[in-house]
Design a protein around this ligand. Structure first.
Ligand SMILES: Cc1ncc(COP(=O)(O)O)c(C=O)c1O
Length: 448
């Protein structure tokens, strides 16, 4: 066999880690003891040496179909050969329209128009801008306030950090957008600890929107944005009835409701979107991650018909919304998205996530009683586990857990300070659920 000229770069170990300033990473600690991933297949990552690491995080909450799935890889390859790039400004390619229709059909109610971008952060900023523009074109331009929630994560754009509620993501970056305000978060350990699924306590916290309406005036608020289940703050399932109450209050005051479903979309909670699980139709849904199972960057916003239609006025040769990205509806992302939706449908992965939820929750709760475990929360195929921090060294235990997990036990999960979060690909088997929590238990027991 002749030698192929392709160098296996993906599996070579770089000898200089300095130049890459890694995002959301403790760079110095990483570069002293790197956690390198070279390859992936289905439920596993592999280190450059070929050691398997079970992926309990779906990468970054995105590989819902599992990694390097053959139909998705084949679709990306075929697309790259056929059409590498086409502008979506004033031109279009067929797969963009097809994918928009497929996503619209998956979304509940009349959420049926889709705007594409490349990430969750862009999706959030797009949705916030659409909300402001909607009021502008419908004669209520005074509605400019944007309401988020404490402990919310809406990406890292200026819009997203303004409505976001994680202090670390805000405090280095100045004043952000004027006019943003926040609802209280919904977590109360005394009332909710060790709940499987949605806690009973906390629906009344939605009523705080009335306080903000009283404070700012009832016609100044453009939109409320919340994650149906905040993930990046270590999984906070919504209290029973909370999202329904928020919808009712938004209706009462004519405020748009945006669900940020960047994590909860595409099966994570056992439904195409969490909106369906909770029986609430928001005015917009943001998505990213799972739409391509993480294989090619893509994000977007699904909007209700009346919002889209409000813009479709005036002379027909004029642009209706002055917003978009060079890579909106990139052909590779659209091909990956279509193939991913096929996998979800053909393998019934959303239904699978729903069926596995009780097994997942039971396995997670089996860690109750381990040293330092203060709370465990589950919903869909997610879990957040809070560990008691070391006095004067908040976050150190979490970091140690991540290192032990990766290097010693062969498992990847997310850490948020001293909390651990897991969200496996939806192809996870019952045996692998057992394996995941067995490894996590070992990690927790070994913590210094
Ligand atoms: C709810 C939510 N919104 C937005 C984002 C930002 O997405 P991205 O990192 O693709 O910009 C995330 C990322 O985790 C998220 O969880």
């Amino acid at each position: 066999m002749p030698q192929t000229s392709r160098v296996p770069v993906a599996t070579s170990v770089p000898n200089d880690l300095e130049a890459f300033w890694m995002p959301f990473t403790a760079n110095r600690a990483f570069k002293k003891r790197p956690r390198l991933i070279a390859r992936a297949k289905d439920m596993h990552y592999y280190t450059p040496e070929g050691r398997p690491v079970i992926d309990a995080a779906a990468g970054l909450w995105c590989a819902n179909a599992g990694h390097n799935r053959d139909p998705i890889v084949a679709a990306i390859k075929a697309q790259a050969e056929e059409l590498d790039f086409a502008p979506s400004f004033q031109f279009g390619h067929p797969r963009a329209f097809e994918l928009a229709s497929r996503i619209g059909a998956l979304a509940p109610g009349d959420l049926d128009h889709v705007f594409f971008c490349n990430s969750g952060s862009e999706a959030v900023d797009t949705a916030l801008k659409m909300a402001l523009a909607y009021w502008n074109v419908t004669g209520q331009a005074q509605r400019q306030r944007l309401i988020g929630r404490e402990r919310g994560y809406h990406g890292v754009g200026f819009g997203g950090i303004s409505v976001g509620g994680l202090g670390n993501n805000r405090k280095q970056f100045g004043m952000a957008l004027a006019g943003a305000d926040h609802l209280p978060h919904t977590y109360n350990r005394e009332q909710q600890a060790f709940t499987k699924g949605e806690p009973e306590w906390g629906a009344h916290l939605a009523d705080d929107l009335e306080r903000l309406v009283a404070l700012h005036g009832d016609n100044t608020i453009a939109a409320v944005i919340v994650e149906p289940m905040p993930g990046s703050t270590a999984v906070l399932p919504p209290p029973k009835g909370y999202l329904q109450r928020l919808r009712a209050l938004c209706d009462k005051y004519g405020i748009l409701l945006i669900f940020d479903e960047v994590i909860t979309g595409f099966g994570r909670l056992g439904h195409p979107f969490a909106a369906e699980r909770y029986g609430v139709i928001p005015d917009m849904i943001t998505f990213a991650k799972g739409v391509t199972s993480g294989s090619v960057p893509m994000g977007g916003v699904i909007v209700r018909k009346h919002i889209h239609d409000a813009f479709m006025k005036g002379p027909e040769h004029v642009v209706e919304l002055f917003h978009g990205y060079t890579y909106s509806a990139h052909p590779l992302a659209c091909a990956a998205g279509l193939a991913t939706l096929d996998v979800y449908r053909d393998e019934k992965l959303f239904e699978r996530a729903k069926a596995l939820e009780p097994t997942w929750a039971d396995a997670a709760m089996s860690l109750k009683g381990l040293p330092r475990v203060l709370d465990i929360r589950t919903v869909g195929l997610t879990v957040g586990i809070d560990l008691a921090s070391k006095p004067d060294a908040v976050g150190k235990l979490g970091y140690e857990a991540m290192e032990r997990g990766f290097h010693d036990e062969g498992i990847m999960f997310r850490i948020m300070g001293d909390s651990l979060a897991m969200s496996p690909p939806l192809i996870v088997s019952e045996a692998q659920i057992g394996e995941i929590f067995g490894k996590v238990a070992k990690v927790i027991k070994a913590l210094a």
